[in-house]
Design a protein around this ligand. Sequence first.
Ligand code: HMG
Length: 406
Amino acid sequence: MLAGVSDIAIHIPKYYLPHEELAKARGVPKEKFHTGLGNRNMAIIPNWEDAVTMGANAAVQLLERNNINPDEVRQLVVSTESGVDHSKPVASFVQGLLNIGTRCRVYEIKHACYGGTAGLIDSIEWISRHNNSEPKGIVIMTDIAKYGFGTLGEPTQGAGALALLVEAKPRLFSLDTMLNGIYSKDVHDFWRPTGHRVPIVDGKYSINCYLTALEGAVSHFRENSGIKEGELLDNLDYLIYHMPFTNMARKAHRHLVEIENKGALPERIEEIFEESFERMVVPSLRGVQEVGNIYTGSVYMGLASLLESEREKVEKKKVGLFSYGSGCGAEFFQCEIKSGISSIVDAIGMNEQLENRKKLTFEQYVQFYSKSDQEILYHPEELTGYKDKFTRFVFTGFQGHKRQYA
Ligand code: HMG
């Protein structure tokens, strides 16, 4: 019996800035962001939320709708590059907020955006060794992708969290992690030195590193799974890429079509690309178009988008996933979606959260992102009506150096 994922939950911040507003303020044509990057809106997180609250807000949904007693959770992993402390893991704060018991392995993982997949694979492999009992693992991917004001990365910003429930007898998909294709290399494409609030990025180089990693991971996946060159697309029904911005999925898919069809005429490559992109990749794009980059959770927001857009059509279908994290680490893997997933899809609520967001002006966005953690913006009356089924926890400030949540 292979372990895997039984449920998926998402938390999306309640504010957003349209790219049209950002383009106006930065003096660039909106087509650069809409057509060039493929993005429409970016999620903006108020400073009374952080990686802890977003992660807990996603994970509490899993506990409640699956009637899980917090004491049943045996492993709680939080993957993030937006940690709030060099020593105390985000996972410990989440453990406290969710009342998870003491017989649980609790830790934080970091490897840029790849950290989410590292946490998931680790949890699946750990739970797989326990298939006589029914232990539960929760993996959280939570991040604030914030770049410097006016930088080229600014229109790719976003924030959000995913939580996945890992079980020995999974209801959504199981995963044979031994087939996964891996690629890692020491590169300086995107990094955030200790103490920096925003990353430093070599943008064009980072895209090249991503595409090289895709090629390496796919080649390893082919070796492990016995799929010959040129046969990968025929073996899969959908593809989800790590998406720092929407058109990265286009670039990645075009590259995959090229390496899968070496020697084909350019017109033929174009034809295969357009047809397969529309059918296999487009159903996973809504999240990134509306939210932006969410680092560790990006691929899994793609999965939530795919599930909400295709619903029962994905049952028994094979999905290929490509996870990339700068630095760099990458993994290409495949899962087969189980039957009978309607109730799981009904509960995700990603579109519901997107529809209920509040639009910010450019000035409000600047105000939100100029404040430090010590200067909480809200007045208590602003939180009236803030709480709902997707949002339970907020950051309320410091007591000494200790972060406080309610
Ligand atoms: P840029 O300088 O804005 O790029 O940086 P550009 O000037 O080439 O424009 C982008 C696209 O817009 C181009 O299309 C232009 O032609 C087009 P492309 O050639 O790519 O197809 N364009 C227009 N289209 C229509 N009308 C117009 C117009 N003007 C231009 N008027 C870049 C883009 C992505 C590099 C930048 O935003 C950046 O540095 N982003 C952050 C880094 C990043 O996202 N890297 C991706 C790979 S690394 C990764 O995924 C890891 C990461 O998630 C971090 C982690 O792991 O933790 C980032």
